[in-house]
Design a binder for this molecule. Structure first.
Ligand code: ZN
Ligand code: ZN
Length: 351
């Protein structure tokens, strides 16, 4: 039988990608579903892969781990979805039965975890194969705004689980978020579920800081022109903040977190770190602080879907640019030059 073809964004080693013809995915296991992508997006992680920072990604891999679409075909074990259902794809694939899944730590699923656009072909394509469809997809209610829901594949659960939940934000507490990119802004939006008294955004890009102000930041600091530590101390009676969220992933910003946290506070790391960092235990050993790390489990996705559906969370604010799926190379340029293009999330539509 002749193989069917589709178009996909394919990785060909560091610095190389192309929009090209590739075999359309087929059911490989009875728990798989094939999804026709209707909307997808590009993540900062995709840029890391293209720089060669994620060596497990091999030549020929279709990138992308976010998106919504329509079920095209299901394997014999899939019971919760049928052809024609609209679905949200989670960046985390979970089998639902391994030891980690039984504990709710889906990010470390022994049969899944972050595999899309990483260890198996991803969502920046006309079609994608989703393993463990029953436990890795979410049904989208009729008449939903699918663009708004694409933001729930990765960035909103990441900002919420790794930043806000781990950071133990409470009513009236003080928060600093380092990094006003899409993830930092996702943490900013979801931190407001808990009504903290201050949310201070720290970033070197004035445009992103003005976006953060519109999304609810109470104060902003441009750390290229101002001394972030002194400023934060001046806002907090020389104490520091209860929660510091690190949403950049470089040694300098993790060090900054350590000088901003108040005694008894939390440093919640979200950033993807490629280098070791200095830990100032000589200053922190007696401060009763907590440092947390986490890979998103997407266990908050059903809750976040409800907040988007009800209008409590306006996830669409994070979208700055829209392209057709076949314009994806141009979309990568726009997303990759975020400061120049004033870009946050880009939406790619396949219609
Ligand atoms: Zn991502
Ligand atoms: Zn599992």
């Amino acid at each position: 039988m002749k193989k069917k073809l589709m178009k996909a964004l394919v990785y060909h080693g560091p610095g190389n990608k192309s929009w090209e013809e590739k075999e359309k995915p087929v059911i490989q296991h009875p728990s798989d579903a094939i999804v026709r992508i209707t909307k997808t997006t590009i993540c900062g992680t995709d840029l890391h892969i293209l720089k060669g920072d994620v060596p497990e990604v091999v030549d020929g891999r279709t990138l992308g781990h976010e998106g919504v679409g329509v079920i095209e075909e299901t394997g014999g074990f899939v019971t919760r979805f049928k052809k024609g259902d609209h679905v949200l794809i989670s960046c985390i694939t979970s089998c639902g039965i391994c030891e980690y899944c039984r504990k709710g730590i889906y990010s470390h699923c022994e049969n899944g975890g972050w595999i899309l656009g990483h260890l198996i072909d991803g969502t920046q394509a006309e079609y994608v194969r989703i393993p463990y469809a029953d436990t890795s997809l979410y049904k989208i209610p009729d008449n939903s705004d699918e663009e708004a829901l694409v933001m729930l594949s990765d960035i909103l659960p990441t900002g919420y689980e790794c930043g806000v939940l781990n950071g133990k934000i409470e009513p009236g507490s003080t928060v600093a978020i380092i990094g006003a990119g899409p993830i930092g802004l996702a943490a900013l939006l979801t931190a407001q579920f808990y009504a903290p008294s201050e949310i201070i955004m720290i970033d070197p890009d004035d445009n992103r800081l003005s976006v953060a102000k519109k999304m609810g930041a109470t104060k902003t600091i441009n750390n290229h022109v101002e001394m972030a530590t002194e400023k934060v101390l001046s806002f907090t009676q020389n104490k520091g903040v209860d929660t510091v969220i690190e949403a950049v992933g470089i040694p300098e910003t993790f060090e900054l977190c350590q000088s901003l946290v108040v005694a008894g506070g939390v440093i919640a790391n979200v950033g993807v770190h490629g280098k070791s960092v200095n830990l100032h235990l000589e200053q922190l050993w007696s401060k009763n602080i907590t440092i947390t790390t986490r890979l998103v489990d997407t266990s908050s996705t059903p809750m976040l879907m409800k907040t988007v559906q009800s209008g409590k969370l306006n996830s669409k604010q994070l979208i700055t640019h829209r392209f057709k799926l076949f314009e994806i190379i141009r979309a990568y340029e726009c997303f990759g030059q975020a400061a120049k293009e004033k870009s946050l999330k880009v939406i790619l539509s396949n219609d």
